[in-house]
Design a protein around this ligand. Structure first.
Ligand SMILES: Cc1cc2nc3c(=O)[nH]c(=O)nc-3n(C[C@H](O)[C@H](O)[C@H](O)COP(=O)(O)OP(=O)(O)OC[C@H]3O[C@@H](n4cnc5c(N)ncnc54)[C@H](O)[C@@H]3O)c2cc1C
Length: 378
């Protein structure tokens, strides 16, 4: 059935390459979706703007609930990383420590973690076009409503064209796929802001990672200091503008950052996009606005949405319907409807930070393990 669709399309359009699925962006969401689709028998390509290994601004904490969403054979990606059992919450200069016997997650270097994920995709047969940016996207309706096809143009050092039956936008918070597909009106949709920097860790503990959080309930944000081996990652995120974040950062860490790049990056934690799909084009991860509003955790929902998009495409292909009809109900159930509860949960955690800060570290551990009332459990 997949081949049949492709042949029909090939007759009408000239293109350099043709795949069942083209994914834009080789972040965690795109790489996981690509691997799972290739394993399900689809021909898959990823178009990635950067050359790998590439750096990504991130705290680098992967929670245990996010790890649980990865296939077991990918868990070896964590072999050389730093397990986290300790959380500290600092409120009004007082440190509240929580030690967990269970693993709360790992601290990773996103540069090597993301490279490891893309290697798995390549191993499963995915074609990767690195250092190529998506620049144009045309949707073609071939007669009946259920038959959408895509014609993509990618560039940087020479343009080429791709044909695909399905497209997944996994190109992050400032991704272009959502804009080209008309699912987002502004590139810089209302989002949170972050400021983050990496340092050499002088309190070098070679074996374990530690998370320190600095809740700022009155500024609608949070600071963090994550320690893993030789790395120390500090940052601050929230609703404030860049100038205010700079001030809060220097107050918190006695260090000032005055340049813009590469320290700032938007964080889409203000709610999932209303519409994540049209025809056979689906959005996942940060490109759909799926970051957790209290902690700023994005990897869990990046993996979750990748899984749901794969499920939706497999089902749509079997039923010969557009993938929007199978993806949108899943997206609404797991992200849109749930968002109101995660906002109430975020308010609850902020109130804990103000009135009972000693309980916050254990609540954050439960968030990471998916055990708070507003988390889901699929
Ligand atoms: C400062 C900061 C700290 C964070 N800390 C954590 C944390 O500790 N734990 C956690 O769980 N989450 C954290 N997050 C969130 C997390 O980083 C994201 O949610 C996660 O990276 C989303 O994955 P993604 O695959 O959707 O997008 P991304 O990781 O952003 O990947 C998108 C990819 O698309 C590519 N791309 C973009 N445009 C194009 C184009 N036009 N053509 C081709 N390719 C394109 C990009 O180069 C990139 O490789 C943090 C975020 C920030 C900003």
């Amino acid at each position: 059935m997949k081949a049949e669709k492709q042949n029909q399309f090939q007759l009408n359009f000239k293109h350099d390459y043709s795949f069942d699925v083209v994914i834009i962006g080789a972040g965690p969401a795109g790489s996981l979706a690509a691997t799972l689709l290739a394993e399900a028998g689809f021909s898959v390509a990823i178009v990635e703007r950067k050359k790998f290994p590439r750096q990504k601004i991130c705290g680098g904490f992967i929670s245990s609930r996010a790890i649980d969403l990865l296939p077991k054979y990918m868990h070896s990606l964590f072999d050389k990383n730093f397990p986290v059992h300790t959380i500290e919450v600092v409120c009004r200069n007082k440190i509240h420590n929580y030690q967990s016997e269970r693993l709360l997650g790992f601290l990773v270097d996103r540069r090597s973690f993301d490279t490891g994920l893309i290697r798995h995709a390549v191993k499963s047969g995915v074609t990767v076009f690195e250092h190529k940016t998506l620049i144009a996207l045309d949707t073609v309706s071939a007669g009946s409503k259920k038959n959408h096809y895509y014609h993509l143009q990618a560039g940087k050092n020479g343009h080429f064209t791709l044909a695909a039956s399905y497209v997944i936008g996994a190109d992050g918070a400032l991704g272009i796929t959502a804009l080209l597909a008309g699912l987002k009106r502004k590139r810089n949709r209302l989002m949170g802001n972050t400021l983050s920097r990496r340092y050499q860790n002088t309190n070098n503990n070679k074996t374990a990672g530690k998370l320190i959080f600095y809740p700022m309930p009155f500024s609608g944000g949070m600071g963090w200091s994550f320690q893993a081996g030789e790395l120390l990652n500090r940052g601050i995120g929230g609703l404030s503008g860049k100038k205010r974040l700079q001030k809060l950062y220097s107050r918190l860490f006695s260090d000032s950052i005055n340049e813009d790049r590469p320290y700032f990056w938007p964080l889409p934690f203000l709610g999932p996009l209303e519409n994540p799909a049209c025809g056979n084009l689906l959005l996942i991860g940060d490109s759909a606005g799926l970051v957790e509003p209290f902690s700023g955790e994005g990897l869990y929902n990046a993996f979750k949405s990748a899984q749901l998009a794969v499920r939706a495409i497999i089902e749509a292909d079997k039923l010969q319907v557009d993938a929007e009809t199978t993806y949108i109900p899943l997206y609404r159930r797991y992200f849109r409807k749930k968002f109101i509860f995660t906002i109430i949960g975020a308010i609850q955690l902020n109130l804990q930070a103000i009135f009972v800060p000693s309980t916050l570290a254990s609540s954050m551990a439960r968030l990471m393990e998916n055990k708070l009332w507003f988390n889901d459990n699929i």
